[in-house]
Design a protein around this ligand. Sequence first.
Ligand SMILES: Nc1nc2c(ncn2[C@@H]2O[C@H](COP(=O)(O)O)[C@@H](O)[C@H]2O)c(=O)[nH]1
Ligand SMILES: [Mg+2]
Ligand SMILES: [Zn+2]
Length: 534
Amino acid sequence: MPAATTTMPAATVPAATTEPTRIFVKVLGTTDPPAPVLVYQGCTRADLRATLCSVAKVAEPDSRVILALRKGDGALMPIGLQLPANSQEDPYELSVKIIGQDVPEQDNGSEFSPHRIAVLDAQLTAVSKAMDPIRDLHGLQAKVAAFQKRLELAEKNLIMTQYKAPKPSMRVLKRLTKVEPIFADQPKYIFTPDTVAYLKQTQFNNWQWEDNEMAALIEHMFIELGLVARFKMDLATLKRFLHTIKDAYNANPFHNFRHCFCVTQMFYGMLNECDLVTKLDPIEMLIGLVSCIIHDVDHPGFNNAYQVNARTELAIIYNDQSPLENHHCAVGFRILRSPKCNIFAQLSNKEYEHVRKGIVRCVLSTDLTKHGEIMTKFKATAENFKFADVEHKAQLLVMMVKCADISNEARPADVAEPWLDCLLEEYFAQSDREKLVGLPVAPFMDRDKVTKPGAQIGFIQFVLVPLFENLGSVLPQLHVNVISQIKKSLAYYQDLGEKLKAATAAAAAAAAAGPATAVGTAERAAPAPQKASA
Ligand SMILES: Nc1nc2c(ncn2[C@@H]2O[C@H](COP(=O)(O)O)[C@@H](O)[C@H]2O)c(=O)[nH]1
Ligand SMILES: [Mg+2]
Ligand SMILES: [Zn+2]
């Protein structure tokens, strides 16, 4: 006999305007038949959670209750109002975990039972929450170091202190609809001539700056390149655009606003060091700069492979085709479309179309699966490169944005190495999650397989050096600071790799000789070589 239909709480059912969606939900670990649930348009996600809890006979939902809804094929379904209707024969499977409870009887004992996964998921969430202060500590250490550096620079009069506005500064909220006005008396940053000259160098140290300062430095680039004047940008709009973008970057270990700043600054550094400011049109510099700024906006911290394998919303929306890069582009242009952030407001239609086309091309080109194709095309173009050729310059911009995106190892060692730690932290968080939910794990992301030299040697040898040398065939000035630094980095990691190999062999020999003599891991036993700096 079919179970009685569960409907949403009466108070949340709107005055029947649209037919509700009927879904069937089977509670895992019970013998109850699939329960029909009516999902009304207008109800909230919280209502839906409450209803699912009542179907599973769990008391009031709170943050300790973890619900996981899967289709029959195992795909996780977001518990939201767009759940497609299904049938009693093919119901959604609902697993419930209450944090703090042991694995109950309904666990079928299998390591990968949906219930066990829900339990592990809940534990991971709890552990992750508990880790927050530790992550903060990591961030705090970097902040303290940055602050010390600022003090040193201030003492040397290299930077001027921030002008404090008499009114409290306005907070720019995360979502576009809440963009707040920027007033003329907002905190202003006045950078010394030394700082603005330093900003033009590819060897710039990003770690000394807070987020607001980095936004102000990017604002400075627009002004200094003449883009504000040429495209009649309203300065308050430019500030709001930059702050809205800043807030739309997530606090990931790697894909965060600081990465956005580094990429943008490397692009600006290359423009200057390679004499491109006079060779490119303002509109081309605008395309490159804005591409860098939006290129990873709202990155979720999980890469394209994860998006596809976990069948996430982004993978569905973009049909597995560069879901992240498509998303960054869409979010960027959505922000730009808002009148309060539209730095393109004064562009003619023709100019806007050119800019949009160029930016979309550059951002989509940052998907490394397109790397080979772009390299081959540019190699052919570079043989007879002409600054008078618009398509040649469009390809140059693509290459410059790609280079800037992966340019950490082109910076001095003390700037580059912390970025590798950030990247690995993000990789490991992804692979830990993949292991937990049974998704494929890429070896280069697996904490049990990755070493720093292992991560860098191949990447530098087979991606970075060929990429920068390809661009360097058109921009030979890149050899002076950038390509030479990349090669120093390669030598450093090759040296570290050798030392690690020797230490691993020594540790294995010691272990074979008897457990008492095997001390520490190979990595700990390896003497840390000094990394060559610029
Ligand atoms: N092994 C390394 N991989 C790197 C490094 N820098 C970047 N990357 C990889 O490239 C992509 C760049 O694209 P993004 O738009 O996601 O930033 C990044 O995700 C890494 O996978 C590096 O130094 N070493
Ligand atoms: Mg990206
Ligand atoms: Zn990036």
